[in-house]
Design a binder for this molecule. Structure first.
Ligand SMILES: [Zn+2]
Length: 201
């Protein structure tokens, strides 16, 4: 949920989003207007949303679980990405959306359905990790295949692949990769977004 509470200027005009509180239906043409997620709200309803926001903050001991579940979600989607690329021969970059979604959802669920800025940043970081993990799986797969053709067996985490990966990544980086990272990171970032409150006097 992405809700903002915004106090509008005291005026006799209706709030831009309507002249009735969208929660309780109270007439808002008198006094201070606030809005929740762009919808007009009266003071007391906006206050209740603010209380809800505080209740939404994750418990400190929920953070490690949020990171683990988020990383798990990102990796599942990364494996899916790599599998589809290997099976079809096409790197379906839009799966970046799934990487971001599962990273963000994992963080949110792992934190006990909490939301905070920290969780958003964690989700974004894990989404980036997921995209890089998918890239790594594809690089490792092709290196393994090439080595196997020469009768050499390489492990997926062989030192050769691990050390070469950053260079291969930079050399083969395309604007599309930038786009997939952007999609994954922004998708993940939105999922554990708190209800933000803002007052403008
Ligand atoms: Zn109200």
């Amino acid at each position: 949920m992405n809700v903002t509470t915004e106090e509008l200027q005291n005026s006799n005009e209706a709030a831009p989003s309507g002249d009735l509180c969208s929660v309780c239906g109270q007439d808002l043409r008198q006094g201070i207007h606030r809005s929740v997620d762009g919808l007009a709200a009266c003071d007391s309803c906006a206050d209740r949303v603010e209380l809800f926001v505080k209740a939404e903050q994750p418990a400190p001991n929920a953070l490690p679980r949020a990171l683990v579940v988020g990383a798990f979600g990102a990796l599942i989607a990364a494996v899916l990405w790599a599998l589809i690329a290997v099976v079809t021969g096409y790197e379906l970059g839009l799966i970046a959306l799934a990487v971001g979604y599962f990273a963000g959802l994992g963080v949110r669920v792992g934190a006990g359905n909490a939301a905070s800025m920290f969780l958003q940043v964690a989700a974004a970081g894990l989404a980036l990790f997921g995209v890089l993990a998918a890239k790594y799986m594809l690089v490792a797969y092709s290196w393994r295949e090439a080595a196997m053709a020469k009768g050499i067996t390489l492990s997926y985490f062989s030192e050769d692949i691990l050390t070469a990966f950053p260079e291969v990544l930079l050399e083969t980086f395309t604007p599309y990769d930038g786009l997939w990272i952007f999609i994954a990171v922004t998708t993940a970032y939105k999922l554990p977004a708190p209800i933000e409150t803002r007052r403008v006097d």
